[in-house]
Design a protein around this ligand. Structure first.
Ligand SMILES: NC(=O)c1ccc[n+]([C@@H]2O[C@H](COP(=O)([O-])OP(=O)(O)OC[C@H]3O[C@@H](n4cnc5c(N)ncnc54)[C@H](OP(=O)(O)O)[C@@H]3O)[C@@H](O)[C@H]2O)c1
Length: 343
């Protein structure tokens, strides 16, 4: 791999634009290509972000020999197909969160990457923020004693258009997959895979979860109380309570500071503004892995992305929430929740 990693982006929506901005801030990254479903979409994005190679199909982007790694920035129902397309063309892939619609899809993606020896990672960008990494170090070093309780919420008020990505069942809408995955991923980062996950959801008029409250627990007694929503804005606060202190992370999903209270110590704050817009850190991780010849990230391992998808499946199974693309297959969340959580 050369000194500069050559990136391609599939999709030209909101997150693709933010990621393109982040790549521009990294001297060892080069955004060489974009793929859109339309010629116009590729050209408009290419003009805005100075991308030399503009493809009017995702297939052409995947086949572009000048691309080392593809960032998949389409809505989640397309993550599996877009990721497989790129992997089969020999490309490394960074795929947006949630990794897929369900665990069965995620397993196909992971199997394909592993069979081909290609890099694949879920773009859970929060994990790579310096503040979140520092929080992980504080907890790992037991500065708050044993971490015991996580409370975290991520809710925002979308306009409510039933055809929008947040609301439409055809786009696997709802709070759990869109934003609930952030506090769940944080819980996994702190405590590992939970032994049980339960939740209550309010399904709105389009049939997707407009808000939900979740409880995850671990064999050692650790517990996570989480909330997510797409029609209500919440505080976006993560709090970790331990046997000898506590941590608070305001706006934890794009955190720039965290506060630490240790028993018998003065309070401490760790602050770190984003170098660009926050998406640069996950891009750096991908490039470091590729240069080291790695096929997955230790910070966001594929087995963990898979397990998180299983947790999302288990919660949706409790709510009877299946998406239209899951209607004719066994791929969606199964009825036997216990089996999923114990597998
Ligand atoms: N990491 C984060 O902070 C973050 C933030 C927001 C979203 N996300 C994730 O990123 C993904 C994309 O979200 P977004 O907000 O960027 O979505 P968006 O603004 O709706 O853009 C998605 C893009 O995907 C392409 N696409 C392909 N098939 C599509 C279809 N049937 N309907 C709509 N678009 C389609 C389109 O690009 P072309 O027309 O060019 O093909 C579109 O511009 C989601 O999985 C979401 O969960 C992550």
């Amino acid at each position: 791999m050369a000194d500069r990693t050559r990136w391609g982006i599939v999709g030209t929506g909101k997150i693709a634009k933010l990621f393109a901005t982040a790549l521009k801030a990294l001297p060892d990254a080069e955004l060489v290509a974009v793929g859109s479903r339309t010629r116009d979409g590729a050209d408009v994005f290419g003009d805005a972000y100075g991308v030399p190679r503009r493809h009017a199909s995702y297939e052409d982007l995947a086949a572009d020999a000048d691309v080392d790694v593809v960032y998949v920035a389409t809505p989640h129902p397309f993550h599996k197909d877009n990721t497989l397309l790129c992997l089969r063309a020999g490309k490394a892939v960074l795929c947006e969160k949630p990794f897929a619609v369900n665990a069965a899809e995620a397993r196909e993606m992971v199997a394909c990457a592993r069979q081909r020896g290609l890099f694949l990672m879920e773009a859970m960008w929060t994990r790579f923020l310096p503040v979140i990494r520092r929080v992980g170090e504080w907890v790992g070093a037991e500065l708050i004693g044993k971490a015991r309780v996580l409370t975290a919420d991520f809710g925002y008020r979308c306009p409510g258009d039933p055809r929008s990505r947040a609301m439409a069942p055809e786009l696997a809408g709802g709070g759990l997959l869109d934003v609930g995955v952030y506090p769940i991923s944080l819980a996994y980062m702190l405590f590992g895979r939970p032994s049980s996950a339960t939740g209550l959801a309010h399904l709105g008029p389009t049939g997707v979860d407009e808000q939900a409250g979740l409880v995850l627990s671990w064999p050692g007694g650790e517990i996570a109380l989480l909330a997510c929503a797409v029609r209500t804005t919440t505080a976006h606060m993560a709090r970790i309570a331990g046997t000898a202190g506590r941590i608070e992370v305001p706006d934890f999903w794009h955190a720039t500071k965290a506060m630490l209270w240790r028993d018998r110590h003065a309070p401490e704050t760790f602050g770190r503004p984003h170098f660009c817009n926050g998406y640069e850190y996950e891009a750096q991780e991908v490039m470091q892995c590729l240069r080291a010849g790695g096929t997955e990230s230790r910070v966001m391992p594929l087995d963990e992305s898979l397990a998180i998808m299983e947790t999302l499946d288990a919660l949706r199974a409790q709510w009877g929430l299946r998406y239209p693309m899951e209607a004719d297959c066994a791929a969606g969340p199964a009825g036997d929740v216990t089996a999923i959580m114990n597998s």
